[in-house]
Design a protein around this ligand. Structure first.
Ligand SMILES: Cc1ncc(COP(=O)(O)O)c(C=O)c1O
Length: 384
């Protein structure tokens, strides 16, 4: 009886990623290049910390904001690695993945009719969550600026209805990172305006060239910035569901209410595992990155040989070639590639309409799968 469900939910679409990964699973010799999670195991020590917690009966609820020990560990992690400080008593909430943190912050700050600026193409969850909150998305086109927001364009989009901007570097789906110069210019615009910034830096530890620059390091954003983070990508812990929100105390007092009515607290054994990830398994991201870089180089080279225009990713584990010259839409290309060659990629249109004309390939995949996937894709492109 669809007419009885919430209208905003009715409008939501199933993410393109799911559609294609489900279909490739049913095909013989399918190669799935849609995967948005590391293809590594959670580090042994982290697994053991979770197991140990379960064996010690640490399976209850925790403080709503998360175990103090974990919040303190998170605070120290960011201070030691990036030099900024958030108070573990009042400015950090542990969530069920970054996803829940993004939702909690958006629902805390958004009123009906508010506008949120999304540099696009971008991870599709933001668009849906903004829509669910009754707010409106305003897109900032980055397709002709290397997927980095142009500060003048950003400024022109800000109105008195603008509540926030969401930034995501390293980026899903493009894999691009943002230079210090561009960050300075964007921060300058945000600082002058009464808007929040949600910086989703879940891929920060998967930065390849030089170390990541966090927006939270800008003290001028201190009272308007939320840092959204977690361990899904850095420590291959997608199923453990651990995220963190760091933000100014005054608003975090409200974020925690949304979080507690939604999920009470993050899973306690996972919180113990998270402490181990941030203290004893700090080398894990670098180990994964050396594998990602080899795979990135391979896929980047192959896409170039196919004649596709593509920006070399500097982080995360995605690459986002243009398929405009094929004359097909991203959905047509992904569908035909799946049906003819049993290779699944994600149509760029799954990352807002600004992703049209591209496909997203995940190289969080074995070299063997990538080689096979690229071989089949090359044949497909050559036969168009
Ligand atoms: C940009 C971005 N943010 C957040 C998430 C969700 O992360 P989590 O598993 O911590 O909920 C993803 C997952 O793909 C992502 O790509």
């Amino acid at each position: 009886m669809p007419k009885y469900i919430n209208n905003r939910v009715k409008d939501l679409e199933t993410p393109g990623i799911r559609v294609f990964s489900n279909r490739v699973g049913q095909l013989e010799n399918g190669v799935n290049l849609t995967i948005g999670e590391p293809d590594f195991s959670t580090p042994e020590a982290v697994k053991n910390a979770g197991i140990h917690a379960i064996k010690r009966d640490l399976t209850s609820y925790s403080h709503n904001a998360g175990l103090f020990e974990l919040r303190d560990t998170v605070s120290k992690f960011f201070r030691e690695r990036y030099g900024f400080y958030y108070n573990p008593e009042s400015e950090i909430v542990i969530t069920s993945g970054a996803s829940e943190g993004i939702d909690a912050v958006l629902r805390t700050i958004l009123n009906y009719g508010d506008e949120v600026i999304l540099p696009a193409p971008i991870f599709s969850a933001y668009e849906s969550l903004i829509h669910l909150s009754g707010a409106k998305v305003v897109y900032l086109d980055t397709t002709d600026t290397g997927f980095i927001p142009d500060p003048a364009r950003l400024e022109a989009l800000i109105t008195n209805r603008t509540k926030a901007i969401i930034l995501n570097y390293p980026s899903n789906p493009t894999g691009v990172t943002i230079s210090k110069g561009s960050m300075d210019q964007i921060v300058n615009v945000i600082e002058k305006n009464d808007i929040y910034v949600l910086s989703d830096e879940i891929y920060s530890e998967n930065s390849f060239d030089k170390s990541h620059q966090p927006f939270a390091a800008y003290s001028e954003l201190r009272d308007k910035l939320f840092l959204l983070h977690g361990l899904s990508k850095s420590h291959s812990m997608t199923g453990w569901r651990i995220g963190f929100v760091l933000g100014p105390e005054e608003i975090m007092n409200h974020v925690i209410k949304v979080h507690l009515y939604n999920s009470i607290c993050a899973s306690l054994p996972s919180q113990y595992a998270a402490i181990e990830a941030l203290t004893g398994s700090q080398d894990t991201p670098a180990e994964m990155n050396s594998a990602y870089m080899k795979r990135r180089d391979f896929v980047y080279k192959k896409l170039g040989e196919m004649g596709l225009d593509v920006i070399q990713p500097k982080g995360a584990f995605y690459i986002f070639p243009s398929i405009k010259d094929t004359g097909l839409t991203s959905l047509e290309l992904a569908t035909r590639l799946l049906e003819d060659k049993h290779v699944a990629v994600v149509p760029g249109s799954g990352f807002t309409s600004y992703g049209e004309g591209h496909i997203r390939i995940s190289y969080a995949n074995s070299m063997e799968n990538l080689e096979e996937g690229m071989k089949r894709m090359e044949k497909f492109i050559n036969n168009l």
